[in-house]
Design a protein around this ligand. Structure first.
Ligand code: SF4
Length: 267
């Protein structure tokens, strides 16, 4: 498998096949070396409504978010041709066999890249969205895959890029659409009021606008079988949301009725 595929594709396939243990080990090394915690930007959105929910949601998804961030970093480095493909393949071979030094090297791939660097591959990121959009045609699936289906069928065609905002020991990771003068946040929601979904999406937009230095956030709220609601908002510094997330205090509200963490909640 290793000889034919790019290293980011190998990592992507490992993730799809559920090889979580590999990413857990890599995350363990990352924590030891850099002391970082990976947080999905939608947890920052949840922190606007209930910071305790947000903290527990983020903890559950940390391995998946770290895996996505690593795969994206490696993919950017490969596309920008700043890594030697044969050296990278040898590194991943050794890392998968348990070689600690190779795993450490893999974790450094693409680490210093900036949003400006990533903008150079926006054409290929946009083409990738178009490819997935074609593949997502047909009736919507139920359950798993539903959100992805709506995203590829209804989201604006843009380059979608993942990138981190590092705040203290937190790596807040967001995948957003990037236009020349706005960032675009697509939110597929069931069972939440529009105004709540919008506040959460705006908080995510704050993270993306800070990273990509765009002056506006375009929010797209999509409910199943409904007309999309699209608004533009001015971005704000996301730090107050980060601080609320860090404190992790419970706040009773609209998430309580569907909260999977109720048993652990102190309210
Ligand atoms: S039950 Fe309500 S207050 Fe408690 S964590 Fe869940 S959403 Fe927050």
């Amino acid at each position: 498998m290793i000889s034919r595929l790019s290293v980011s594709e190998i990592l992507r396939r490992l993730l799809r096949r559920g090889a979580y243990n590999i990413f857990e080990k890599l995350l363990g090394i990352e924590r030891e070396k850099h002391g970082l915690r990976y947080v999905p930007a939608d947890a920052v959105g949840y922190a606007v409504v209930c910071p305790r929910y947000a903290a527990m949601y983020a903890a559950e998804r940390e391995v998946a978010v770290f895996a996505r961030a690593l795969i994206d970093r490696v993919r950017y480095a490969e596309e920008l041709k700043i890594v030697d493909p044969s050296v990278l393949k040898s590194t991943i071979r050794k890392a998968l066999r348990g070689d600690r030094k190779a795993a450490e090297s893999l974790l450094e791939v693409g680490r210093g890249l900036t949003p400006k660097d990533i903008e150079r591959i926006f054409p290929s990121l946009r083409q990738e969205f178009e490819r997935y959009r074609k593949a997502a045609r047909g009736p919507p699936p139920e359950g798993f895959g539903e959100e992805t289906y709506y995203f590829y069928n209804y989201a604006e065609p843009l380059p979608y890029a993942g990138f981190s905002d590092i705040w203290g020991s937190y790596v807040v990771y967001i995948v957003a659409g990037i236009a020349s003068d706005y960032v675009y946040v697509f939110k597929y929601v069931r069972g939440l009021d529009y105004s709540i979904a919008r506040s959460m999406a705006a908080a995510e937009g704050d993270v993306a606008a800070k990273i990509w230095q765009r002056p506006r956030v375009k929010i797209h709220i999509q409910k199943p079988e409904k007309t999309p609601k699209i608004t533009y908002v001015d971005p704000h510094d996301p730090e107050p949301h980060y601080k609320a997330f860090q404190r992790g205090e419970p706040r009773a509200g609209p998430l309580c009725h569907r909260c999977p963490y109720k048993d652990l909640c102190t309210l």
